[in-house]
Design a binder for this molecule. Structure first.
Ligand code: NAG
Ligand code: NAG
Ligand code: NAG
Ligand code: NAG
Ligand code: NAG
Ligand code: NAG
Ligand code: NAG
Ligand code: NAG
Ligand code: NAG
Ligand code: NAG
Ligand code: NAG
Length: 397
């Protein structure tokens, strides 16, 4: 009888030790995300009325000794600009006369100018469609004329909390629209919808989707052409890293990062980061995941980029630009027509890109998987030991 009670006590305490180790593991995977910024959002700063050419959103993200300015604009092709300053009191000044004329730089400035450490911008320049008659997913096989996003009719920006929605369509769209949703963050975390990219307070997220548009062929597939600018170092190469397959983005083992090729201190740079996956339903789920690919970044005409985007012209003039295409769907995958929807998500941030770690659930499962046999072994050993001692000292019945 004494031996069974001992065994039970022994089991309970081992289980407590086990639970404690699981929780401490989970806790340590969260505790790195405490960096916060104070965010303020302003639409069309300094403009007396709604500008006719498109809205300009300014998000100020103030840290201890620095500020990130996120600017999102639909004057021309949709553009997201990120400016990192080493002062917590830097501001954005817009001369709307110059900014809307879109013919000289300096219409938008970050003051004082000598606090600017780094800036980068992403332009969504074109939507490309091709007829994949032979299901080879070769974009060059049978392309349709591209849709220039600078010629789209864009809605006003719809703000809700720390996100903004912009939708637009070409005149020739029979139905549907292309939408971009910008999200900014006070602290680190993950979005609620897939691919649930890991973000920090130093990054912003853009989700882009094409919904309900009537394709020009039943076997149409799509590409997005992106252009990126970085100052002082341009974003000129894409690194593909291994990533973890876990509950957040199952079945995706890679993460792509468009970075500058200049080495050196990581806090004076920026990045674009995405997972090579798109979703064929608004309500993203594993069965609607479709792989995507990117082409190699190639130098683009600075003048053309500046002409396409009011924000690029206003802040940079005509900067050195690299461009690439992201194509959605591989050979054998369903065509756009099957759901008339695809969505894709990308982060633009300052500093070094976030690195995925295992989620608490996966960690807990690993702890259970690896920990249980160990605990059982230990428990067995301890109990045998106690029993042996008990039998040594108790009189034999
Ligand atoms: C953010 O705002 C709070 C309250 O206004 C303030 O206490 C805190 O110091 C601010 N943090 C930063 C990083 O500016
Ligand atoms: C912010 O700047 C002050 C004064 O320059 C300095 O004392 C402090 O250490 C800085 N804080 C951080 C977090 O860099
Ligand atoms: C804005 O630019 C216009 C045209 O260059 C100029 O006439 C005007 O003075 C500027 N406004 C301000 C407030 O600087
Ligand atoms: C820019 O455009 C405005 C209005 O269209 C015009 O008045 C101005 O002269 C132009 N400036 C330059 C440098 O071309
Ligand atoms: C901010 O950066 C500018 C330019 O890089 C530099 O001249 C200035 O000293 C920096 N200020 C601080 C407080 O680090
Ligand atoms: C599709 O395949 C047919 C037969 O192999 C070929 O003649 C045609 O050129 C291909 N079309 C495209 C766009 O590759
Ligand atoms: C366009 O969308 C409307 C509303 O969803 C739908 O009723 C209509 O059939 C669509 N037109 C075409 C050509 O798909
Ligand atoms: C964000 O940027 C600030 C300032 O550059 C840096 O101190 C901080 O570690 C960064 N946070 C993350 C999560 O990258
Ligand atoms: C950057 O560093 C890597 C290895 O650390 C090196 O292979 C590469 O040549 C460097 N690139 C530049 C532009 O210095
Ligand atoms: C994207 O693809 C289109 C069509 O194949 C091509 O004309 C364009 O140059 C590509 N853009 C980039 C940046 O590679
Ligand atoms: C694809 O589009 C054609 C018309 O363009 C339509 O008849 C067909 O039903 C569509 N297929 C699917 C799966 O929606």
């Amino acid at each position: 009888m004494a031996a069974t009670a001992e065994k039970r006590r022994c089991g309970v305490s081992s289980f407590l030790v086990f639970l404690f180790s699981v929780f401490s593991l989970c806790h340590s995977s969260f505790s790195g995300e405490t960096f916060r910024r104070n965010l303020s959002v302003e639409l069309n700063p300094g403009s007396p009325s709604s500008p006719s050419g498109g809205d300009l959103l300014h998000v100020r993200a103030v840290g201890v000794n620095d500020t990130l300015h996120f600017l999102f604009c639909s004057q021309g092709a949709p553009t997201l600009l990120l400016v990192h300053t080493n002062s917590s009191s830097s501001t954005v000044e817009v001369n709307w006369t110059q900014f809307e004329a879109r013919n000289i730089s300096g219409g938008l400035k970050v003051e004082p100018e000598n606090t600017v450490m780094y800036s980068s911008a992403l332009v969504f320049s074109r939507l490309l469609e091709y007829d994949d008659v032979n299901d080879t997913a070769d974009p060059t096989a049978d392309p349709f004329p591209p849709y220039e996003l600078q010629d789209f009719t864009w809605s006003r920006l719809k703000l809700s909390g720390l996100s903004a929605l912009l939708c637009g369509a070409a005149e020739t769209f029979t139905n549907g629209s292309l939408c971009l949703e910008l999200s900014v963050f006070e602290s680190g975390g993950r979005d609620h919808s897939w691919p649930r990219l890991l973000h920090t307070a130093n990054s912003s997220q853009l989700r882009v989707w094409l919904d309900g548009m009537l394709p020009r062929a039943t076997r149409s597939r799509f590409l997005l052409e992106l252009r990126a600018v970085g100052d002082p170092s341009p974003l000129s190469r894409v690194e593909v890293h291994r990533s973890i397959d876990d509950e957040f983005t199952p079945s995706i083992f890679k993460v792509s990062q468009w970075v500058s090729s200049a080495n050196g201190s990581s806090d004076v740079s920026g990045y674009l980061q995405w997972k090579p996956v798109a979703y064929r339903q608004a309500d993203a789920a594993l069965e609607f995941a479709t792989p995507c690919r990117h082409s190699d970044p190639r130098p683009q005409s600075p003048e053309e980029t500046a002409a396409a985007s009011g924000l690029i012209r206003g802040f940079y003039g005509a900067p050195q630009t690299f461009g690439l295409n992201v194509s959605f769907g591989l050979a054998g995958e369903p065509f756009y027509n099957s759901t008339k929807f695809f969505s894709w998500t990308v982060l633009l941030g300052a500093g070094s890109p976030p690195v995925d770690s295992f989620s608490p659930l996966v960690l807990a499962m690993m702890a259970v998987g690896l920990g249980t046999p160990t605990v059982l072994l230990l428990m067995g050993g301890v109990c045998v030991c106690i029993r042996k001692r008990a039998t040594d000292y108790e009189p034999i019945n």
